[in-house]
Design a protein around this ligand. Structure first.
Ligand code: FAD
Ligand code: ZN
Length: 474
């Protein structure tokens, strides 16, 4: 006599075929998070090939009282994309749903399956003569469904906005297994509550995103990259103001990198030859995308840097001569998290503060951490153009990083998040809440806001089928 679980697994196998229901063997790719800090245990990993299959799977799971963890590329950084340890959850991996459904050149949109890898979408857009500007270091493996579910940011937000801003419509399988067809591609629609915006950033807790209509942009004629040494964070902020003024909509990237962050790249990847970092507390990476010509882009950059030198907010700078050099500079920036991992376990924060208050925040928080943990090393870098810092904390040079984490993680988080609250910022600008920041949220969101979040969760997923225990506790 088969038990209830076996019977449910059989039903799932009937929907997707037995080879797409994984229950044994090495399931690390689905059960272990990218940072290798949490591991769950799934009842099964199920890999549907269509929206209709997702809808049927959700119906079967809901009827059996089995909860579902939606999963794309499993590159999430807050423990939200893996199952819990119960062995009772189904991981619904959307990797097989990877088709670009259509490109509408006149409407400047692209409609895609949620399991498409981000880089493949950038390539598909480029092949059609357009730009899909969402860009992040995980783009070779993260999926657009995951990007939307986490409202991912990345390096082009200063110009094009985050995943939410790039999304015009969604197709979603609800917690009841119904399909919401919201792929209109409309830029204007004021017929009540914006359901799309509820699902963007919901981290799989309200429904499964199965398709999306995304904005496309004209491909710029030229993109130029510059690397500037700045004497302080305040000077970096002043440079940002100048860049907005001189480049306007051409400013497509503005990243800041602290000296220690760059020293880790120089130490662990010496072949990368990091420029200008030794004599300056911060470097800035700027990108200017121009719709006229490369010459025009270069002239604009030269004017900007001239003014910045005169104002004293840049002490030295290089402009990439060609695409290869530009890619090398971006590669240095993107290597910081990896160099940090080479250096040892660390504590990550993806905070945001109003740009104008960032220098004050950094000075105050550096001082608080230095006083609490002598010798602590701060890996400070990120998307200054969006007021978003990766304000990460590394063990003292002579310390064991495992011991450091065990002894100080809670204390460090409290210091950083309290300081973020003091400066009226957000404890997550990019990675989301997942399970990692769930308990912190109640200290950093008002009871009114949390009450509304709980009401939304209960209204859309009263049975708690969708990624329970993540983002909001009911
Ligand atoms: P997953 O990790 O599989 O899932 C993430 C969350 O979304 C989970 O809660 C999951 O349940 C949910 N989810 C996934 N797919 C769906 C779906 N179809 N429907 C509903 N819910 C779903 N983030 C940034 O914002 N900016 C960055 O610059 C950035 N850089 C990164 C660099 C690296 C090297 C890495 C590893 C991560 C980075 N991230 C960044 C984190 C970011 O959240 C993810 O890379 C990406 O957005 C997640 O996509 P994914 O397909 O891997 O989703
Ligand atoms: Zn980031």
């Amino acid at each position: 006599m088969p038990n209830a679980t076996d019977s449910t697994l059989n039903q799932l196998a009937q929907i997707v075929g037995p080879t797409q229901v994984l229950v044994s063997g090495d399931l690390s790719a689905y059960e272990l998070d990218w940072r290798k800090r949490s591991r769950g245990k799934a009842l099964a990993v199920v890999r549907p090939a269509s929206t209709a299959e997702v809808a049927q799977l959700v119906k079967v799971c809901a009827a059996a009282g089995i909860s579902i963890v939606a999963q794309g590329g499993n590159t999430g950084l807050v423990g939200g994309s893996i199952p819990d340890e119960s062995g009772l959850q189904v991981v619904l991996n959307l990797g097989r749903m990877n088709t670009v459904r259509s490109i509408d050149a006149a409407n400047l949109t692209m409609t895609v399956d949620a399991g498409c890898i981000l880089q493949n979408l950038q390539d598909a857009a480029e092949k059609a003569g357009f730009l899909f500007p969402l860009s992040l270091a995980a783009e070779g493996s993260c999926t657009i469904g995951g990007n939307l579910a986490t409202n991912a940011g990345g390096t082009q937000v200063v110009r094009y906005g985050n995943a939410r801003d790039l999304c015009l419509g969604l197709e979603v399988v609800t917690a009841q297994g119904d399909i919401w067809h919201g792929l209109s591609g409309l830029r204007k629609d004021n017929t009540g509550y914006d359901l799309r915006d509820l699902f963007v950033g919901s981290e799989g807790t309200l429904g499964i995103i199965t398709g999306a209509t995304l904005k496309l942009y004209p491909m710029p004629a030229a993109s130029l990259t510059a690397w500037a040494a700045v004497p302080s964070m305040q000077h970096a902020v002043t440079l940002l103001g100048l860049a907005h003024k001189h480049l306007g909509a051409g400013l497509t990237g503005f990243e800041v990198m602290g000296q220690f962050a760059l020293s880790l790249v120089a130490k662990h990847y010496p072949q990368q030859r990091v420029p200008l970092w030794q004599g300056t507390p911060y470097c800035v990476l700027l990108e200017n995308s121009d719709h006229e010509s490369e010459t025009h882009a270069r002239e604009q950059f030269e004017k900007l840097l001239e003014t910045a030198f005169e104002d004293g907010c840049v002490s030295d700078a290089v402009v990439a001569e060609n695409l290869t050099q530009a890619r090398q500079l971006w590669h240095i920036r993107e290597s910081i998290p990896l160099a940090q991992a080479e250096e040892g376990l660390n504590i990550k924060h993806d905070i945001s503060i109003a740009v104008s208050r960032i220098p004050e925040f950094v000075a105050a928080t550096d001082a608080l951490l230095g006083a609490a943990i002598p010798g602590v090393r701060l890996v400070n870098f990120g998307h200054l153009g969006d007021g978003n810092l990766h304000y990460n904390v590394q063990a003292p040079a002579e310390g064991d990083s495992k011991v450091f984490l065990h002894a100080h993680e809670a204390e460090v988080n409290t210091i950083v998040y309290d300081s973020v609250a003091h400066f009226e910022g957000s404890i997550s600008a990019e990675h989301g809440v997942g399970s990692l920041k769930l308990d912190k949220l109640k200290h950093h969101k008002s009871p009114v806001a949390l009450g509304m979040m709980r009401a939304i969760k209960q209204a859309l997923d009263p049975q708690g089928v969708m990624n329970p225990g993540r983002v909001v506790r009911v």
